[in-house]
Design a protein around this ligand. Structure first.
Ligand code: ADP
Ligand code: ZN
Ligand code: ZN
Length: 738
């Protein structure tokens, strides 16, 4: 009889003990899954401890219903990472553990430890041309499927017939591999590496010398400086040792383009990991990480939790990107946890960006990260200059100055592409009543609703509520409703009239909704046909558009006067990244930035001195104002139907803070003394999806002091009766303050 302490996916910050009858106590492993009764349900949990010394009297314990794994699904290194994450983010361990597992394992699917039969092309099969299968469409289909990836026998038989499989087997075009996964042993470089320039060479050498131990690098390379080439050449020796590599990329950056660049270089098994995969694809990728079969994994943030057998290098591309932070549930930052993972795996971590986060630059200043600069573009092209177009007192055509339009026409007629950046999707941010000034607002949020002309809807971009476009003003009944402001949909419509001779491709969340449409749009741009490309910040995410010679930044004026202390950093990143899309081919690039505030210090700083200089002065400002990264920050959010209750609940927390500070001054406990707070205050978006929103922000230069206080507050929250009347969240190192 064993007692096992189990972490369960419930919002309670505690473990649960169960008893387990077994003939073979050594068969029960920490990190394995068990099925246990919990209330009226059966839950899948993770064994976290066996026979804990402080367990209760075993007579009162319930029995484990089933032991699901003979070997742990979470090995010791991942357990280290996840328990660190649970402590750091104060998120319940059971929830952290299970969110690191693919859905099928979370649901209790048994891992098939029998030998998998994997169907894959033989070398001969790989070299064939489609013509070989002219007489058999069925064989062609299976051959093509296997060209994209190996499949398990079961997967093949789900789509194709046994006869077709046997036919390909007989011709020796495919083989059945009965080992579960064969770890790759060597790597061959398919495509020759480029001759590195001196800055790239220094960067590669630094990383390669550090292989085999934990070290941290920030690769700060202007757009087009050849960061990817540095990644590729740092990866090569890792693969040669038979070790695995993980490359984290931003959400939308994971395009076939990214994968193709890696696949062109290395002949090793590669896989991607992103939100668009089916559950069984995820499970397979998870297993390939664990078996060591996947040499390179390119994935979005949660790929960080894959169970690599032998990780040799971790890379984060576009490390400044906000999508690395999970914004709901378990709110972790993949960049910060990746550093922890690298330290556990004893391997280097390489963060790369043209516009590094202030956090990472601060870590360079603190000598925690080694700085690897790539100050120039890898090709002979210069980084494009931003030219300001002063909009004041100009007659605008659909938001565009005459000068802007003239230059756009010029670039297009020379056979180039023009990219237009406008960070607002939809047709217009609101409809206004021409008679009385009434504006269309969301019924559930303190926000306007965006007018989407194509779908004939008003859509709230905060809560996603939609409704039909009204015919009449909600206040005076007038039918004179008109769009105010401009979104990408409108810009597209108007440009089709202003510049009718060239096609337009629009890239925003609406235009890529259908599966495959992002790829299709990117392919159109890649084809090189002269065209207008209109898009939101999606355009800023690392794409390589060699035919774009002119970038027009239509309107960022609103972002110049935001209350969020990170707004300046984010805008500077966006401007630099968007500008970096210009002139990446053979022709020099140009950027036009339209603004009513050409003298604004932020614009002047970024344009005249570049992002790097801007970021360093922005850091000095953060130091003066004592904001992150100079202080650690955490934020409690409260949301509920009753605004007063939210405020009251946060006031309770705030009073505990105040009480602690006072007690600390009296007893001279230095640690707790150093936490300051702001709030409770209404959130900038006061009401969302019908709920009122309040915040309490906490700051401290002393991480330990902050976290001690958070523990105290959390234990109060568990006891407070008000906690049940609202929804609350704790966000450690919050990025989104809205
Ligand atoms: P980044 O990721 O920094 O924006 P890329 O890796 O996309 O830059 O490189 C930009 C262009 O420069 C690519 O076309 C790439 O092939 C080329 N390039 C990179 N390194 C070199 C080099 N050492 N010599 C010649 N061309 C290079
Ligand atoms: Zn009206
Ligand atoms: Zn809404």
């Amino acid at each position: 009889m064993l007692i096992v302490r189990v972490a369960l996916p419930v919002p309670l910050r505690q473990h649960f003990d169960y008893q387990l009858e077994t003939d073979d106590p050594t068969g029960v492993k920490v990190g394995a899954r068990v099925l246990v009764p919990f209330g009226k349900r059966q839950l899948v949990g993770i064994v976290w401890q066996i026979n804990p010394i402080d367990s209760f009297d075993s007579n009162s314990l319930k029995n484990v219903s089933a032991l699901l794994d003979p070997v742990p699904v979470l090995g010791p290194k991942l357990r280290d990472l996840l328990s660190f994450a649970s402590d750091y983010y104060h998120h319940p361990l059971g929830d952290v553990l299970t969110s690191a597992l693919p859905a099928l394992l979370r649901e209790g699917r048994l891992l098939d430890n029998e030998k998998h039969k994997l169907v894959r092309l033989t070398n001969c099969g790989r070299e064939q041309q489609p013509e070989l299968f002219r007489r058999s469409a069925k064989q062609l289909a299976l051959w093509q499927a296997l060209l994209t990836s190996d499949l398990t026998e079961a997967e093949v038989l789900a789509e194709h017939s046994r006869t077709t499989l046997n036919q390909l087997l007989e011709k020796n075009l495919v083989e059945l591999v009965s080992e579960p996964f064969t770890p790759f042993v060597h790597q061959t470089e398919k495509q020759k590496a480029l001759q590195l320039n001196p800055a790239q060479a220094l960067a590669v050498t630094a990383v390669v010398q550090a292989l085999g131990s934990f070290s941290r690098f920030l690769l700060e390379g202007v757009t087009g400086s050849g960061k990817t080439e540095v990644y590729l050449q740092a990866i090569a020796p890792v693969l040669a040792k038979g070790q695995q590599v993980l490359v984290l990329v931003p959400e939308i950056g994971l395009t076939p383009q990214t994968l193709a660049r890696f696949e062109k270089r290395f002949a090793v098994p590669m896989q991607s990991w992103h939100s668009n995969m089916t559950d069984s694809e995820r499970l397979r990728a998870w297993q390939r990480s664990q078996s060591g079969d996947a040499a390179i994994t390119i994935g979005t943030r949660s790929a960080l939790f894959l169970p690599f057998r032998n990780l040799g290098l971790l890379i984060i591309d576009e490390e400044h990107d906000q999508s690395l932070k999970q914004q709901d549930g378990f709110r972790y930052h993949a960049r910060d946890l990746a550093v922890k993972r690298a330290s556990i795996e004893q391997c280097p971590i390489l963060l790369g960006s043209a516009t590094p986060s202030l956090e990472s630059l601060y870590n360079v200043q603190q000598k925690k990260f080694s700085h690897l600069p790539l100050p120039e573009r890898a090709t002979s092209q210069l980084v494009p200059q931003i030219e300001l177009i002063d909009l004041k007192q100009q007659v605008l055509k659909h938001g565009l100055a005459d000068g802007t339009l003239a230059q756009m026409r010029q670039h297009l007629s020379r056979g180039n592409q023009v990219m237009m950046f406008l960070n607002r999707r939809g047709f217009a941010p609101a409809l206004i009543c021409h008679e009385c000034g009434w504006l269309t607002e969301c019924l559930h949020c303190s926000a306007f609703t965006t007018y989407h002309k194509q779908s004939r809807q008003l859509v709230c971009h905060h809560c996603a509520a939609t409704r039909p476009v009204p015919h009449q003003c909600g206040a005076c009944g007038s039918t004179q409703l008109a769009p105010v402001g401009q979104g990408t949909e409108q810009l597209e419509e108007q440009l089709a009239k202003l510049i009718p001779d060239f096609p337009i491709t629009r890239l925003d969340r609406d235009s890529i909704r259908r599966k495959g449409s992002l790829e299709a749009h990117l392919a159109t741009i890649q084809s090189g046909v002269p065209q207008l490309v209109i898009g939101t910040q999606m355009l800023a995410k690392g794409h390589h558009f060699p035919n774009v010679t002119l970038v027009v930044i239509v309107d960022v004026d609103g972002a110049l006067y935001s209350s969020d202390f990170r707004a300046a950093e984010q805008l500077a990143q966006l401007l630099t990244q968007v500008s970096g899309r210009a002139g990446r081919g053979d022709v020099a690039g140009k950027v036009l930035l339209q603004t009513h505030y050409p003298g604004h210090p932020l614009l002047q700083d970024v344009i005249q001195n570049g992002y790097s200089a801007f970021a360093r002065s922005a850091l000095r400002e953060r130091q003066q104002t004592q904001l992150p990264p100079y202080q650690f920050m955490a934020m409690f959010r409260a949301e509920g139907l009753d605004s007063a209750i939210c405020q009251l609940w946060l006031s309770e927390l705030q009073q505990i803070c105040a009480g602690q500070m006072q007690a600390a001054t009296q007893t001279a406990v230095q640690a707790v003394q150093r936490v300051q707070w702001l709030g409770p205050v209404k959130a900038p978006l006061e009401r969302k999806a019908g709920k009122y929103r309040w915040q309490l922000q906490l700051f401290s230069p002393d991480r330990k002091a902050l976290h001690q206080l958070l523990e105290m507050l959390l234990s109060h929250i568990q006891k407070s009766a008000l906690s049940r009347k609202l929804k609350w969240q704790l966000d450690v190192d919050p990025l989104d303050l809205s």
